[in-house]
Design a protein around this ligand. Structure first.
Ligand code: SF4
Ligand code: SF4
Length: 455
């Protein structure tokens, strides 16, 4: 079987283990599936945690991590017919996986169902074609870079017209009740002084990777991060494509939405553009800081499965979340961040993005929040908000998405109606706004509001 992703990291998984139950076909991909030891932990509803939200809200064992593994093994063993990736029961089980990486973090054998789903989608779509809604959400960041001027009014019009919303529901399966995220009229533009190579050798330097969500939807977050880093004593470099980069006129995009929708070849092309631009900085030892968890972690983790060789490894080593960077720099006594107390009516509520939770980055978030004097905050128990990229916008998933939000997020918000909310994930902020009405902020915005004005 030819795979779209590079599964060679699993080459030795289960080898020599008579009980590994590795499927007959699928090569290293099958070994990645077979790391599940069928313990049933992912179907345990008594414990708290991230795994597995689709099972927790449905109690359907096919919608658990292990349930998906059972179906995938049957498919790779030829029990589901000659075209295993088109089996409707398997497709339904994979469809309800939100790619939260809860299993990668919490399953005792670290089954990576989010990555397995990417391969499944690519295989499935190679046989059955790509649904138009998948194409729409997968390529949205690229289309925004080209057609933002037309897309913005169209999205705004759709959000204000119930007729257009219903047509979108019928044609694309986009839930008419949900507001679509509206691109800002002021996208992030990189100033010339941030594009240039560093000239001030006295200053500390850092690369800020501005993802498509921070660029086209929430440009105030990228501006806030830039301001906080500059106030902390760093020269901020914002990498942009060069004349040598493919499609040099188009800003960089990590390709996360392409990966999540199984568009692996297109994701690889985006990743190559990003790596070509970032590689010189990574080789020179610069930290590459990212704001949107799933985008930065695509650089750090997901790119390694795209078969892009050493350059993916080099960039991965230098890629770091904004909050992780601040903590690391503080520990190294290089951070000169001068903050003052904020006046908040209630403890700040903090929703961790699933991918932040999956890599243990909420510890760094906690430490960063402690940098703000007297800040009172509470972390919402880790659990998927249910938005998961486009999942919460999809008609057939709308109810499941809300049920996932009810696992931890929405009850916590209801208990604290006066609280300000912090959420670093674009999806989490959209879900919070849709079901609660409050506009959550990114930690970069919170820190910016606490900066002591320069005298
Ligand atoms: S996926 Fe992980 S938690 Fe679930 S049954 Fe398999 S090994 Fe156990
Ligand atoms: S990625 Fe999330 S939804 Fe998918 S199987 Fe793992 S825990 Fe479940």
């Amino acid at each position: 079987m030819k795979t779209f992703l590079d599964w060679s990291a699993y080459e030795n998984a289960g080898m020599g283990d008579a009980y590994a139950d590795i499927p007959k076909t699928g090569g290293d991909f099958a070994k990645a599936v077979a790391v599940c030891i069928n313990s049933g932990q992912c179907e345990n509803t008594d414990t708290k945690g991230m795994m597995c939200p689709s099972f927790r809200v449905t109690q359907n064992s096919s919608f658990s991590t292990g349930g998906r593994v059972r179906l995938l093994k049957a498919a790779l063993n030829g029990e589901l017919g000659e075209l295993p990736f088109t089996d409707p029961k398997l497709a339904e089980a994979m469809d309800s996986c939100v790619g939260c990486k809860g299993c990668k973090r919490e399953c005792e054998n670290s089954v990576d169902m989010a990555m397995i789903k990417q391969e499944f989608l690519a295989q499935h779509q190679a046989l059955k074609g790509t649904p138009k809604r998948n194409r729409l959400f997968a390529f949205l960041p690229i289309w925004l870079s080209r057609y933002r001027a037309s897309l913005r009014p169209l999205i705004r019009w759709r959000n204000r017209s119930s007729l257009l919303a219903r047509l979108g529901d019928n044609w694309f399966g986009i839930n008419a009740q949900r507001r679509l995220p509206e691109p800002t009229d002021k996208p992030f533009i990189t100033a010339s002084e941030n594009r240039q190579a560093v000239t001030d050798a006295e200053k500390q330097q850092v690369v800020l990777f501005v993802d498509s969500y921070s660029r086209y939807f929430s440009s105030q977050i990228a501006q806030a991060a830039q301001a906080v880093l500059a106030a902390s004593g760093y020269h901020v470099i914002i990498p942009e494509p060069t004349a040598e980069t493919a499609e040099a006129h188009r800003p960089l995009c990590c390709g996360r939405s392409l990966l999540a929708h199984g568009q692996i070849d297109a994701a690889k092309a985006e990743a190559k553009r990003v790596l070509e631009v970032l590689l010189p900085y990574a080789e020179a030892g610069y930290n590459i800081v990212g704001l949107e968890p799933s985008c930065l972690l695509a650089l750090r983790d997901d790119y390694k499965s795209l078969g892009l060789g050493e350059m993916a490894e080099t960039v991965s080593k230098q890629s770091i979340l904004f909050e992780e960077f601040l903590v690391r720099e503080q520990m190294a006594k290089r951070l000169n961040l001068n903050l003052q107390p904020l006046s908040l009516d209630a403890p700040l509520l903090v929703q961790g993005h699933c991918h932040q939770n999956a890599v243990g980055a909420m510890k760094a978030m906690r430490k960063v929040l402690k940098m703000i004097p007297k800040l009172n905050f509470e972390l919402i128990p880790p659990s998927c908000c249910g938005m998961a990229g486009s999942f919460g916008l999809e008609s057939e998933h709308a109810e499941m998405s809300k049920d996932m939000a009810e696992l931890a997020l929405l009850p916590a918000l209801r208990e604290a109606p006066e609280a300000m909310i912090l959420a670093n994930g674009f999806s989490c902020r959209e879900q919070i706004h849709a079901h609660d009405g409050r506009q959550a902020v990114h930690v970069a915005e919170l820190l910016q509001s606490a900066l002591v004005p320069a005298s």
